[in-house]
Design a protein around this ligand. Sequence first.
Ligand code: UDP
Ligand code: MG
Length: 334
Amino acid sequence: MIPKPTLDLSIVIPIHNEAESLPPLHAELDVVLKALGKSYEIIAVDDGSRDDSLQVLKQLAQADPHLVVVGLRRNFGQTAAFAAGFDQARGEVVITIDADGQNDPADIPALLAKMAEGYDIVSGWRQNRKEPLFTRKIPSRVANAIITSNTGISLHDSGCSLKIYRYEVIKTVKLYGDMHRFIPAFASWMGVKVAEVPVKDRARKFGKSHVGFSRTFRVFLDLFTLSFLLSFQSKPMRLFGGMGAATGAIGVLILAYLALIKIFEGAPLSNRPILWLGVMLVILGVQFLFFGLLAEMQMRTYYESQGKSIYVVREIISQPSSPTPETTPARAGK
Ligand code: UDP
Ligand code: MG
């Protein structure tokens, strides 16, 4: 069971070598959060910075009881830093924001107002971004198309770190790889309502970006995993069994054809390259089927050994007088 939230807001910030950006960001957050008049905590996750980020955070924390500093032992990456923050979060609404000052904390109230209309996740949508076409814009369009076709959720700007989530959503989602940008897509399996709000995108003042071309590639591999998990996590045999049946059937057809011409025409098979294709497809088909069986066993271990369920309950409505399984007295002896 997930413990109940004890605060209104948790702000989670992943930090890697951002020492100079931290004091101004903290000051901006302080103004915005105090003005909201809600209880809150700021969870600053230092992701193994090599500069003075951790010292700066410790100093800031001495003057601000709202600031919780989580120091990771080494650099685990932005997704892991988010995950570490989410594990600590106690707020009914969890807000993520980058440490480099590119997101503007002044946009937070607009996101909260949108959520109050009945959404579970509200994502920032950075306006007027000047992005290179081939390394950023096209990959992001393609990624969005894949996500939309898998989940029905369409976000213009998955990569925007300024997002807010309801507590139970963020506590249910587990993150791996570079998946933090796909939390809305990932959470779609539990049935979430997602909205977008335009936000500002500011230039980085200090430090430098961690982005390289390799990230685009990694993000696509993660997207591949995501599509698989969303469609087949609890029924892998549907995928592997389907592929096995298709390849196996084509192989069997080829071999049957060759057998027929051998029997009726007496044609030699040694000079027929298609023989090898048929044999290979049949072997491949059988392999796929057994792979599917292994995946089914793994899936059962995954769910049952960890007490995970294949559904998420929003609420249970029952009359106070009606007996629920826990309160029904044992009937033994009757
Ligand atoms: N970050 C992190 N660990 C890493 C890389 C980045 O915690 O290994 C943090 C970084 O400090 C920043 C955020 O993740 O707060 C986004 O990183 P960056 O600004 O480099 O990405 P961009 O905004 O350029 O996409
Ligand atoms: Mg940035």
